[in-house]
Design a protein around this ligand. Structure first.
Ligand code: NAD
Length: 445
């Protein structure tokens, strides 16, 4: 039996030990899915607080209920550790570490490098490694593979392993959409690209145990580009509709009415909606990975830059709308009480990474506003070193605010109630579209 056949056999019998490196929004659901599918699963994270929480069965990711986590942990199918030596026993290693930007907006692949080095030292025959972190095309082949081979050779007296026969390497982008219930890990098709046909075969066999439909592509770099296309498509269309909102405002047209009418076209149109700006770990970040790679090839990724320029100016546009709305009431921003509703970057999650609410808050505070916020999913927040706590949302909180800014339209909110008690609203999401309140002061984006 070849090494590959042995590994396939272990996968088929759910005897392969699966290790997930990085237990965040992507890694924890993935680890739970493999544990649920019956694999002995080990989560690896450098953050010991997360390791302890997992081992207590205490979930910190909203899509994973603690009950479910506790069930797989107490059943002995999932455990977490910060000790990379567990990889000596691992058959599959799935890398889900962060891929942020550096201060100069270049890719920061240091987490992949750290993880790759640690895995390379423990690389052994019969291992399949899959990178899931979003990154630039070429990372798996040009960065991860040589790193794994070098580290393995350095720690094994120069011995080499062959990719595709001794061990297997692939890239498979995560498509998880936190907070979403209709499309989950199980029913969202998963793209996979292997370094060799054998690598693809093994990776497909592994993911086939937890995902209904796999989409094989010809190489890791193709799979890496698929993820970037998906995210750039959204970024560009959001930028387009944000610019439409700005143009409609100048023309005295309601952009929301335009979108509602346009989306009745049964073909060739897909609705996107304007908003206060891009947030989260993906859309503001991922296209920059592509732009960086293309710069190295003397190509200027123009759509990436234009979309970023438009999307990143939206918080300032919202802050200006707030100032104009207050001005209409004869009030300056300085000294005004401004309440932000929702600070997470999107509805029904508690994730504030890159959230436009933070920039809106900064801009208004810089103009002297007394700022407070409410978010049912974000009890506290640190803004440039200042701790903020979510205010209690009462009739009085709304009535006391000179302006209430709807930044994130969590389903938790009762907009009719908000409109009834707020004095002036700037609604960046058209959240109040169904509220019938003729006298209410609501300024839309
Ligand atoms: N969050 C999403 O919705 C989403 C969706 C698709 C793809 N992605 C991509 O998936 C990757 C992970 O994103 P995330 O949102 O899960 O990030 P996250 O920050 O929530 O989780 C990453 C985890 O990795 C851990 N970590 C960092 N370095 C490590 C190391 N060397 N060894 C072990 N653990 C380490 C961190 O402590 C953290 O717990 C990123 O590339 C992201 O772009 C994210």
């Amino acid at each position: 039996m070849t090494t590959k056949d042995e590994l396939l056999h272990k996968i088929e019998r759910r005897q392969a030990t699966v290790s997930v490196v990085g237990l965040g929004y992507v890694g924890l659901p993935l680890a739970v899915a493999f544990a649920q599918a019956g694999f002995p699963t080990i989560g690896l994270d450098v953050d010991t607080a997360k390791v302890e929480a997992v081992n207590r069965g205490d979930s910190y990711i909203e899509d994973i209920p603690s009950g479910l986590l506790a069930e797989v942990v107490s059943g002995g199918r999932l455990r977490a550790t910060a000790d990379y030596d567990v990889l000596h026993e691992a058959d599959a290693v799935l890398i889900c570490v962060p891929t942020p930007l550096s201060k100069t907006k270049d890719p920061d692949v240091s987490y992949i490098l750290m993880a790759g080095q640690a895995i390379g030292r423990r690389l052994h025959a019969g291992m399949v490694i899959v990178l899931e972190s979003t990154t630039y095309p070429g990372t798996t082949e040009e960065l991860l593979l040589p790193l794994l081979l070098d580290e393995h050779a350095r720690h094994h007296g120069g011995a080499t392993l062959a990719v595709g026969s001794d061990f297997f390497l692939a890239f498979s982008p995560e498509r998880i959409d936190p907070g979403r219930e209709d499309y989950t890990l199980h029913n969202t098709p998963k793209v996979v690209g292997g370094m060799t046909p054998g690598c693809l075969h093994v990776a497909q066999a592994l993911y086939g145990t937890i995902v209904e439909r796999l989409v094989p592509v010809s190489s890791p770099r193709t799979a890496e580009m698929v993820k970037l296309l998906e995210n750039l498509f959204r970024t560009v269309n959001i930028a387009l509709i944000n610019e439409m909102a700005i143009m409609c405002d100048r023309l005295g047209i309601d952009v929301w009415e335009v979108i509602e009418a346009a989306k009745t076209k049964p073909f060739g149109y897909m609705p996107f909606y304007p908003g206060p700006g891009l947030g989260g770990h993906c859309l503001p970040v991922d296209p920059q990975y592509l732009a960086w790679k293309m710069r190295a090839l003397n190509y200027n990724a123009r759509f990436v830059h234009l979309a970023a320029e438009i999307n990143f100016q939206m918080p300032a546009y919202v802050a200006a709308k707030v100032a104009d709305a207050l001005n209409e009431e004869g009030k300056p921003v300085k000294g005004a009480h401004i309440l932000l509703l929702g600070v997470a970057y999107k509805p029904d999650v508690g994730d504030t990474r890159e959230s436009p609410a933070l920039e809106i808050a900064r801009l208004l505070m810089a103009k002297g506003a007394h700022l407070s916020y409410h978010d049912p999913h974000v009890p506290s927040l640190e803004l440039d070193g200042h701790p903020l706590r979510s205010a209690e949302l009462t009739e009085a909180t709304l009535a006391d605010a000179d302006c209430t800014v709807i930044v994130t339209d969590h389903t938790w909110y009762d907009w009719t109630w908000v409109v009834r008690h707020a004095r002036l609203i700037v609604d960046t999401r058209n959240a109040c579209r169904h509220v019938r309140a003729p006298g209410a002061r609501i300024v839309k984006l």
